[in-house]
Design a binder for this molecule. Structure first.
Ligand code: SF4
Length: 317
């Protein structure tokens, strides 16, 4: 099925906050030139793309703010606040917590205390490669605890979202990150990338694109002049991912950057990503059943399964 770009991520500076799995290793300020920002907004208007501007920590010059306010957008780093640790309080209702798995497990009760204060909490684990099978039970137990807190809040009439537990409740088809398929990233250098992580890799000289011959670490897929040009774009799509297309962990990020890092293939997931997503999927099932028992009406039925990695049972599909 052909998909069209729906939104664009515009990194306003090299030091714009990271809001997902990949850390931003770039420490020197490099503000997007005003003219490039103007062209990027024009491109987005022509292509009918919703814009997500990603902010650095410092204040932008007035002319940048004025230009940004000429178009509808979301401000990541401002409207959506990103934390690299668990705060005691949150200054926005929509927040991202970027945590290593050990920190997530260690701070799970502090995270639970944030739930009544937010409308949406996105948990992004920054070292999925470190998720070992020995952590399966710990992760499952932590999600069970968060479920019980959520259940009480829901009974009280509020319904905060937490990506790893509540997104799956209302999904009946894949809703992944879809970098390069439904969205694209523009960096301060005026070039397009599949997502910010590919830009960071390029800037740090990391080239792990094993199926492409490259003399340098170039990871761009076009620029504002030539447009978006992704070689073999179809290879990023769900239909070309044999495991993912028959999986029902619909909330899974299906992170292509992580795939490439861990399996050397954009569309082949790692065991770590699949196992974590299935523990979350199963926790969503538990939450769904408990909500239904309490009288909530949820149309989705999440069936019981006996595996955590679809690769283990692929013969059954
Ligand atoms: S859990 Fe694994 S197979 Fe399922 S969508 Fe995520 S990456 Fe793909």
């Amino acid at each position: 099925m052909k998909k069209y770009y729906q939104y664009i991520v515009i990194l306003l500076d090299d030091t714009s906050v990271s809001y997902c799995h990949a850390d931003n290793p770039l420490k020197e300020k490099r503000l997007i030139p005003l003219e490039v920002l103007r062209e990027a907004i024009l491109f987005s208007m022509k292509e009918n793309l919703m814009i997500q501007f990603v902010y650095p920590e410092y204040e932008l010059p007035k002319e940048y703010n004025d230009l940004i306010e000429t178009i509808d957008h979301i401000k990541i780093g401002k409207d959506v606040l990103v934390y690299d640790s668990v705060p005691t309080n949150v200054e926005r209702k929509n927040v991202v917590l970027r945590l290593a798995i050990a920190d997530f497990l260690a701070k799970q009760y502090d995270i639970a205390l944030l739930l009544p204060k937010v409308t949406r909490l996105n948990i992004s684990i920054t070292d999925i490669e470190n998720f070992k099978d020995e952590l399966i039970e710990d992760y499952r137990t932590a999600l069970e605890m968060l479920n019980s807190v959520l259940l009480n809040i829901y009974k009280g009439g509020n319904s905060p979202e937490i990506n790893i537990l509540t997104d799956r409740l209302r999904l009946n088809e894949m809703h992944n990150c879809d970098a390069g398929v439904e969205n694209i990233t523009l960096a301060p250098n005026g070039k397009f990338y599949l997502c910010p992580a590919f830009y960071y890799d390029e800037q740090m000289g990391v080239s792990t694109r094993m199926n492409h011959k490259t003399k340098d670490a170039s990871r761009s897929v076009g620029d504002l002049e030539v447009g978006i040009n992704i070689p073999n774009k179809q290879l990023l799509e769900l239909e070309r991912a044999p495991l993912c297309r028959i999986c029902d962990a619909y909330h899974c990020n299906r992170c292509i950057w992580l795939n490439q890092k861990l399996t050397w293939d954009n569309n082949t997931p790692s065991r770590q990503q699949c196992v974590m997503a299935h523990i979350e999927r199963n926790a969503s099932r538990d939450l769904s059943n408990k909500l239904k028992d309490t009288g909530f009406v949820l149309e989705n039925e999440i069936k019981e399964i006996n595996y955590l990695d679809p690769f283990d049972v692929k013969e059954e599909f």
